[in-house]
Design a protein around this ligand. Structure first.
Ligand SMILES: N=c1c2ncn([C@@H]3O[C@H](COP(=O)(O)OP(=O)(O)OP(=O)(O)O)[C@@H](O)[C@H]3O)c2ncn1[C@@H]1O[C@H](COP(=O)(O)O)[C@@H](O)[C@H]1O
Length: 131
């Protein structure tokens, strides 16, 4: 899947500066990130509806549209597929570390106080807000 998305991303980059009259991708870039985001959200909703309705073939088709629109938004946001793969690898490694923890530690935070937000006195909050 990563290979297909890498190729699609390159195709999107190549189409970015084509004539908007003939290229859907160029048209999306012309209209801007708001339009791209709207298209992505629409495709996501279509996937969800088709899945809930049990329409497997439509889920496949709409998923391909969803991934296309996601790569367009990545390109617009300056995000490269390899940036996303790197984040996925980071999470995979973290999980790998979690799996190596003793069973007694699973489900418990490593340091109980480390995950808590620091307590800020009310007066300090008010000062910060009005700065
Ligand atoms: N992979 C895709 C791709 N996947 C999906 N889509 C289009 O996105 C549409 C999904 O959006 P919609 O359902 O909203 O389509 P629509 O009903 O025609 O609605 P509108 O976009 O007209 O509003 C699909 O019908 C496809 O036409 C894609 N359009 C382009 N690509 C690739 O992007 C590259 C650049 O292509 P151009 O944009 O044509 O230059 C090429 O490599 C293409 O293969």
């Amino acid at each position: 899947m990563a290979d297909s998305l890498d190729r699609l991303y390159q195709a999107v980059l190549a189409a970015r500066d084509l004539d908007p009259a003939t290229s859907r991708t160029a048209r999306l870039f012309q209209r801007g990130s708001g339009k791209m985001a709207k298209k992505l959200a629409e495709e996501a909703i279509e996937v969800v509806i088709d899945a809930v309705n049990g329409n497997r073939e439509a889920v496949i088709r709409e998923s391909a549209d969803l991934l296309y629109n996601l790569t367009v938004l990545w390109a617009s946001a300056g995000v490269r597929p390899e940036d996303v793969w790197a984040e996925m690898r980071r999470r995979e490694n973290l999980l790998g570390i979690a799996e190596k923890l003793p069973k007694s530690r699973i489900g418990k935070p490593a340091a109980p106080h480390a995950t808590r937000r620091p307590v800020i006195p009310q007066e300090a909050r008010a000062v910060r807000k009005h700065r």
